[in-house]
Design a protein around this ligand. Structure first.
Ligand code: CTP
Ligand code: MG
Length: 227
């Protein structure tokens, strides 16, 4: 089987407050999406990367003129729909039922090729597949609408899920179709089938740029490790 990357980049980035889709916000001199795709392009084991854009996206070609990834304007109203559109596009381009698909958020632009290799090494002989994740280090609180603590949650068995999330094309497509737009990641759809994805430790640096202050944090990290 081959390994494909699928990058959902069809969101509007509302929480980022950037006034534009966050994947096009420049971080350390390049659009966030360019950093994400450069990391995936540096993983030789990946046969190809497919970027999923919104059907109304008119910025990609100008923002990433040298991009060698496949591009499809098949994004939907939810992340799960965008991923499903991308999986169908991968099939159209020759990917097969048993090929592995590594779904990776455009917004995780600090991805390092070594983490992708670690995920593939850990999961390529696994019957289910798995995801990058990080054991939770902070004490966890549940809070109410007034930001008052309602409970302290045992953190000892908790992991923060990241991406890439790596599953076989046929399985992840079946799982997402069954769970529908509710799935915020591929693993939760796989879990709903009664399967247990493998958790592969990466780094807190693999965070998802979500809030306004995250752009600055990502820029600092990129200047540290180099673009
Ligand atoms: N995504 C997508 N299609 C959607 C929604 C999200 O392809 N309909 C992508 C985003 O572009 C992002 C990834 O899924 O790379 C993770 O989603 P998130 O961080 O929630 O991004 P947005 O949905 O754009 O941001 P927000 O939820 O703040 O609006
Ligand atoms: Mg979102």
């Amino acid at each position: 089987p081959r390994f494909f990357a699928l990058v959902p980049a069809a969101g509007v980035g509302e929480r980022s407050g950037a006034g534009q889709p966050k994947q096009y916000v420049e971080i350390a001199g390049r659009p966030m999406l360019a950093h994400t795709l450069a990391a995936l392009a540096a993983v030789p084991r990946l046969a190809q990367t497919l970027v999923v854009l919104s059907p109304s996206d008119d910025r990609f070609e100008a923002a990433l003129p040298d991009c060698r990834a496949w591009v499809a304007r098949v994004g939907g109203a939810s992340r799960a729909e965008s991923v499903l559109g991308g999986l169908a596009e991968l099939r159209r381009r020759g990917a097969e039922e048993d090929d592995w698909v590594l779904v990776h958020d455009a917004a995780r632009c600090l991805l390092q090729p070594a983490w992708v290799d670690a995920l593939i090494d850990a999961c390529q002989h696994d019957p289910v597949g798995g995801l990058l994740a990080q054991p939770v280090a902070d004490t966890l609180k549940a809070g109410d609408a007034d930001a008052r603590v309602t409970a302290t949650v045992d953190r000892r068995d908790k992991w923060a899920a990241q991406t890439p999330q790596m599953f076989r094309l046929g399985l992840v497509e079946r799982a997402l179709l069954a769970l529908g737009a509710a799935a915020t990641d591929e693993a939760s759809a796989i879990e709903a089938l009664g399967l247990a994805p493998r958790l592969v430790r990466a780094s807190m640096a693999n965070f998802k740029v979500t809030w306004p202050e995250d752009f600055e944090l990502a820029a600092r990290c990129l200047y540290q490790v180099g673009p």
